[in-house]
Design a binder for this molecule. Structure first.
Ligand code: CA
Ligand code: CA
Length: 225
């Protein structure tokens, strides 16, 4: 009797649960845009200052140098996946950051993956920085979770990452699964004259095979008894 009940619950967790409670991000690959006056923004993402939905990132000439960038400045940066990517910048002497965010759900046994590019036109000690993080909803009892944190010191003066850098979050469990604000931003550390860029693409919420294995091994353990 107990075994039957347990098997039913286990099967429900394995089959029904991922369908009902699988995580979701809207427009995770930035393939869809909301038309804007100066630039299109990524659909389903709330944008502050500059976050553009573009087909290719070709750095324009601006006040900051890109002498140590590790991408071809002429051909630019192609999307990591699909036809489009999102580009954030803190450019503009009166704008100190660019940001986009949306509320997401991430389930137990899942992790968030994707790719970013970070390029600075600034130098130490004006350490511009960028991040991807989950912000806990008020009253949820959860804590903020950092996914990516990258700083001018990581790429050097007037430097950049070597193209796209793949990232993945922690694997969530029943204690921290739930709703969060997924926020991506690039900030000026001190001056806002020399800009930096943070490109993002290919976000996904994927099941971690190990957590499925733990469920399956638990099931086999009970079968043996
Ligand atoms: Ca894309
Ligand atoms: Ca700056």
């Amino acid at each position: 009797m107990f075994l039957k009940t347990f098997l039913r619950i286990a099967i429900w967790i394995l089959i029904v649960n991922p369908v009902l409670f699988a995580g979701s991000i809207l427009n995770p690959g930035f393939e869809f845009a909301d038309p804007g006056a100066d630039f299109d923004t990524p659909k389903d993402w709330t944008v502050e200052n500059y976050a553009a939905d573009i087909e290719k990132f070709i750095p324009s000439e601006y006040s900051g140098s890109k002498d140590a960038w590790k991408i071809d400045l002429i051909t630019g940066l192609e999307p990591y996946e699909g036809q489009k990517l999102a580009l954030l910048t803190n450019g503009g002497s009166d704008v100190t950051y660019g940001k986009m965010y949306q509320q997401i759900y991430v389930g137990a046994g899942e992790k968030i993956t994707g790719a970013y590019f970070f390029g600075v036109c600034d130098y130490t000690t004006w350490d511009d920085y960028a991040y991807i993080k989950l912000i806990a909803l008020p009253g949820s009892g959860q804590s903020d979770i950092e996914i990516v944190s990258v700083n001018l010191l990581d790429v050097g003066n007037y430097g950049s990452t070597d193209g796209w850098v793949e990232f993945e979050s922690i694997v969530f469990d029943s204690s921290n699964a739930g709703r969060y604000i997924l926020e991506c931003a690039v900030y000026d550390q001190a001056d806002s004259i020399l800009e930096s860029y943070f490109a993002l693409d290919g976000f996904a919420i994927v099941p971690e095979p190990a957590s499925v294995m733990i469920l399956l091994s638990g099931l086999l353990f009970f079968r043996r008894k």
